[in-house]
Design a protein around this ligand. Structure first.
Ligand code: PEP
Length: 252
C-alpha cells in the first residue's frame, strides 16, 4: 500500500491583486484548519502577491509556489524572475511547463528541462506539467506525448533530485474547459507515467512519486478523482480562486 500524502495546489494564473490575495487567503484560513487536514496544500499566486501571501500564510499549513521561473540566476533577461528571487519570497515550489506556457510562450521540453534543473539546484520543489491536446488524444498518441514530455523535461535529473518533483498530468483539453478526464482516463495515464519512472529510475522512485491530476477539478468531482490509486492530488486552476470552491476540493 502506498504512503503518498496527497497534495492539492492552486494555480491562480494571472489573477489576484493584493486585496484579492488577502481576501482569498483569509477565506481559506477560515475554512481549512491544520488539525483536520489530510492533504498538503500549496498556493501559487502571481509573483506580485508572493510576499503578501508569505505574511498571510505564516502559521498556516499552506505552502507557497510560483507559476514560472527563469533558468539563469540573474542578468539581462527583461521581465524574468530567478529561482533565487523566488526562494527569497518564501516560495518552496514552482510550477514548470504548464500547457499555457508551452502554448503561448513557446516553451519546449529542452527549455523546461533547464528550468527544472535550475529550480532543483536552488532547492525549489517542482510541479512539472505534462499533458496531451485533444487532437493528440483523438489520434491515440497520448502516451507518446506524455512520454516525450516526461523524458525531455527530466533529462539529467537524478533519482535523488526526482524526490523534489511532482508531476502534474494535465490533459490540455480539460484545462479551463469544464471537461474533466474521467477518473479512469486520468488514472490510466497516471499509471503509465509511474511505469515510465519505474523504467527510467526505479520501482521505489515510481512508488514515491506524487502525480497530480489537473483539468477542471471542482469540489464535486474531486472526491472521485482523488480516490483513484495513482492520483495523488490535484493542480487546480479556476476553482482555486474562490475560498469555498478550493476548500471543497482540499477537504473532499
Ligand atoms: C490549470 O491551469 O492548471 C488547471 C488545471 O486549470 P483548471 O482547473 O481551470 O482547468
Amino acid at each position: 500500500m502506498t504512503q503518498r500524502k496527497q497534495i492539492i495546489a492552486g494555480n491562480w494564473k494571472m489573477n489576484g491583486t493584493l486585496s484579492e490575495t488577502a481576501n482569498l487567503i483569509n477565506g481559506l484560513k477560515q475554512k481549512i484548519k491544520s488539525d483536520t487536514l489530510r492533504r498538503n496544500v500549496i498556493l501559487c499566486p502571481p509573483f506580485t502577491s508572493l510576499i503578501l501571501a508569505r505574511e498571510l500564510t505564516k502559521g498556516t499549513p499552506f505552502k507557497l509556489g510560483a507559476q514560472n521561473v527563469h533558468f539563469e540566476g540573474k542578468g539581462a533577461f527583461t521581465g524574468e524572475v530567478s529561482a533565487e528571487m523566488l526562494k527569497e519570497t518564501g516560495c518552496e515550489y514552482v510550477i514548470i511547463g504548464h500547457s499555457e506556457r508551452r502554448a503561448y510562450f513557446h516553451e519546449d521540453d529542452a527549455l523546461i528541462n533547464k528550468k527544472v534543473k535550475k529550480a532543483l539546484g536552488t532547492e525549489l520543489q517542482v510541479i512539472m506539467c505534462v499533458g496531451e491536446t485533444l487532437e493528440q488524444r483523438e489520434k491515440g498518441i497520448t502516451n507518446d506525448v506524455v512520454r516525450t514530455q516526461t523524458d525531455g523535461s527530466l533529462h539529467n535529473v537524478s533519482e535523488k533530485e526526482l524526490e523534489k518533483i511532482i508531476i502534474a498530468y494535465e490533459p490540455v483539453w480539460a484545462i479551463g474547459t469544464g471537461k474533466t478526464a474521467t477518473p479512469d482516463q486520468a488514472n490510466e495515464v497516471h499509471e503509465y507515467i509511474r511505469s515510465l519512472i519505474s523504467d527510467s529510475y526505479s520501482p521505489a522512485a515510481a512508488e514515491r512519486l506524487i502525480i497530480q491530476y489537473g483539468g477542471s477539478v471542482k469540489a464535486d468531482n474531486a472526491g472521485e478523482l482523488l480516490s483513484m490509486s495513482h492520483i495523488d492530488g490535484a493542480l487546480v486552476g479556476g476553482s482555486s480562486l474562490k475560498a469555498d470552491d478550493f476548500a471543497g476540493i482540499v477537504l473532499a
